[in-house]
Design a protein around this ligand. Sequence first.
Ligand code: NDP
Length: 473
Amino acid sequence: MSAYHLIIDGKAVGTEECFPVLNPATEQVFAQCPKATEEHLDQAVAAARRAFPSWSLTADSERSRLIHAVGDALEAHSDELAKLLTLEQGKPMGGFAGLGAGFEMGGVVAWCHATADLELPVEVIQDNDEARIEVHRKPLGVVGSITPWNFPLLIAIWHIIPALRSGNTVILKPSEYTPLTTLRAAQIINEILPPGVFNVIAGDGSLGAAMSTHPDINKIVFTGSTPTGKKIMASAAGNLKRLTLELGGNDAAIVLPDTDVQAAAPKIFATAMINNGQTCAALKRLYVHEDIYEDMCQALAAIANSVTTGDGSGDVDFGPIQNKAQYDKVCALAAEAKASGARFLSGGEPTEGVGYFFPVTIVADIADDTRLVREEPFGPILPVLKFSDVEDALRRANDSANGLGGSVWSSDVERATALASRLECGTAWVNNHAMIQPDAPFGGVKESGIGVEFGRYGLEEYTSIQTLQISKA
Ligand code: NDP
C-alpha cells in the first residue's frame, strides 16, 4: 500500500503494484509509489480527452484565475513539498547560495503566477474593405508531459501550467526516481481544477514510451536526455504529435583576460554547481584566458574546498547526486580525467559510506577530448580549460553536438556581447549563466532540443494557429 495516489479524472487512484522510492542520501526506501499500468494511462487519456472541450472553451480570464489559485495553493504547501523534495531528490532546503528545495518552491509559485498572466491575443493581419484576416491561437488537445528528477516540481510546472493556461488538458508522468512531490502537488492542484484537466500517473519502465506512441495524445513535452528525446521524436510520428524537447546541455563559458577574477569566480561557481551540477543549463565547460587561468583556478578551488556536501536534511551546501546511475557516471568521468593526467584542485573521489555523495570537484589542465569535457557530467564537477586565442576558444566552445546555453565573461560588456552572440546556443549570457525567468524564452539548438519554454513564445508552443479569413466583398 502507498500513501500516495495516481490522479485520474480528479480522483485519487490506488494501484495493485507499487515501486520503492529511495532517499539518495541514505540509499533507504522511504516510501512506496503507486505503479500505473497502460490501462491507467488509457483511463487518464480518456479523462483528459473528455475534459478538453469544456476546458478549452472556459473563458480565458477564468483559466487565468484558476492558475493563480493553483500558485497560491502550492505556496501554502511550500514547506511540506520542499521537505518531500529533499527526501526524494536529495537537495537541501537552503543550500549553497540559497538554491535548494526552498528555491525550487519559490520558482514553482513564481512561474504559476507569471504564466497565469500571459495572454495570446488575436492578431489582425488585415482589415480593409476586402477582408479581415485574424490569427487565432487554439489549444492542441491532450498534452503528455514527461518530467525528470533534477527539479521534479519546477519542471512539472514549466510543462503543465502553460499547457493548461492555453486550454489544453494534461497527463503527466514524473521520473520514477522522484515521483512523490509531483503526486502530492497533483492532489493539491486537483482541488482547484475541474476533473480530468490535469492527470498524473507514475510508473517505472514503459509508460513514457506508451505515452509517446499514444494516438490520443496530441503533444509531448519532455525534459531529459538527448537519446530519449530522439526516441520520443521517432515514436511521435504516428499521429504527428507536436513536441517540445528540452534535452541535454554541455554549456561552455569563455572568460576573457580583462575579467575581474575575484568578482566573477563566485558567480561562475554558483552557476556551475547549481543543484549539485544536475541542471541542464549549468555551466559545464569553462574556457579561461591564459593570463588569468591560474588565478581563476585557485579562486574556484578556494570556494570548492570551503563548501559542505551531505544529507540534505542537515545544514549543508550540497546534497547527494540524485540516483546511482548518475553517481556512477560522475565517478567514471572523474576517474578517466584523473587517469588522463588532469590536475584536480578539489574533490575527485566519491565520499566513502552510504549515500550517492561526490564532493565538489574542480579539474584543471584537462584535454579537450576527455569525456568529462565532451559529455555532460550532470554532477558537481567542472573542467577548466586554458586558451590563448579568443577565436580558438569560440571554436572549442561551439565544437559540441549540444547547444543549450553559453556565456562570455569580461569587464568589456560590448565585446563580450558580440562574442556571446556567436555562441551556437539557445541562450547566451554575458557575465552570468543559467539565469532564467518566466518571461524570457528558453530552449536549445542543435541536439539540445526543439522548441522553447517560458513567456509568450513558450505559451505559443501549446497552440496551433487558426487563420480566420472573413471576406467583406
Ligand atoms: P532519460 O532522459 O532517459 O529520461 C527518463 C524518462 O524518459 C523516464 O520518465 C522514462 O519513462 C522516459 N522514457 C524512456 N524511454 C522513453 C521513450 N521511448 N519514449 C518516451 N519516454 C521515454 O533520463 P535519465 O534519468 O536516464 O537521465 C539520463 C541523462 O539525461 C542524465 O545523465 C542527464 O545528462 C540528462 N538529464 C537531463 C535533464 C534536463 O534537465 N535536461 C534532466 C535529467 C536528466 P519510463 O520510465 O516510463 O520509461
